[in-house]
Design a protein around this ligand. Structure first.
Ligand code: ZN
Length: 180
């Protein structure tokens, strides 16, 4: 997993917000469902991966393109408000599983800047942390303990459950990006 992957996996597809006509939407949903129906139904919380892609799955018809994960979010969870992005809790771009997706608030500007190489992923992450979205959630002793447990083989998911915090802050704590 590369540093800052949560940001990179936010959808930068502006079509995510675009209105899609009824007819095109129907075609896209049919295609999406026919692919999803071929995925063995997982009973645990495994990802539902779009086949044969390393990054996002993409669906298109008549000039309308949409990320498969974005379509999944719109279909099962609702609209993507302007300025919001569909991100992966699981850090796995091909994944279309609705409960692995969430709306992120990366701003267009930051993503533009990132795409054009004006800022680095580290700067973008620092800016987002400074924005107050990551409150201090653990004491120093808990952070030490969490890192020690991680070193002895505890997965991030188990640590999230133990400390009752969500994936991204836990990941950042474990990888030393917060609580330095
Ligand atoms: Zn997933």
């Amino acid at each position: 997993m590369n540093a800052g992957s949560t940001f990179l996996q936010c959808s930068v597809n502006r079509n995510a917000m675009k209105h899609i006509g009824k007819k095109a939407w129907g075609i896209l949903v049919d295609r999406f469902m026919s692919v999803m129906m071929n995925i063995p139904y997982p009973t645990d919380d495994k990802c539902w991966e779009w086949p044969n892609v390393k990054s996002y799955g993409v669906l298109s018809t008549r000039g309308t393109r949409i990320g498969a994960h974005v379509l999944s979010f719109r279909l099962f969870s609702g609209q993507v408000p302007h300025g919001m992005f569909v991100c992966h809790k699981c850090d796995n771009p091909p994944c279309c599983r609705p409960d692995h997706l969430f709306l992120g608030t990366c701003s267009d500007n930051s993503l533009d800047a990132l795409a054009k190489g004006r800022i680095s992923i580290q700067q973008l992450r620092r800016a987002s942390l400074a924005g107050g979205r990551t409150r201090r959630k653990l004491t120093d002793a808990q952070v030490k303990e969490a890192r020690r447990l991680h070193a002895t083989g505890w997965g991030i998911r188990s640590l999230e459950r133990k400390y009752k915090i969500s994936h991204r802050p836990m990941w950042l704590i474990i990888h030393g990006e917060t609580y330095k």
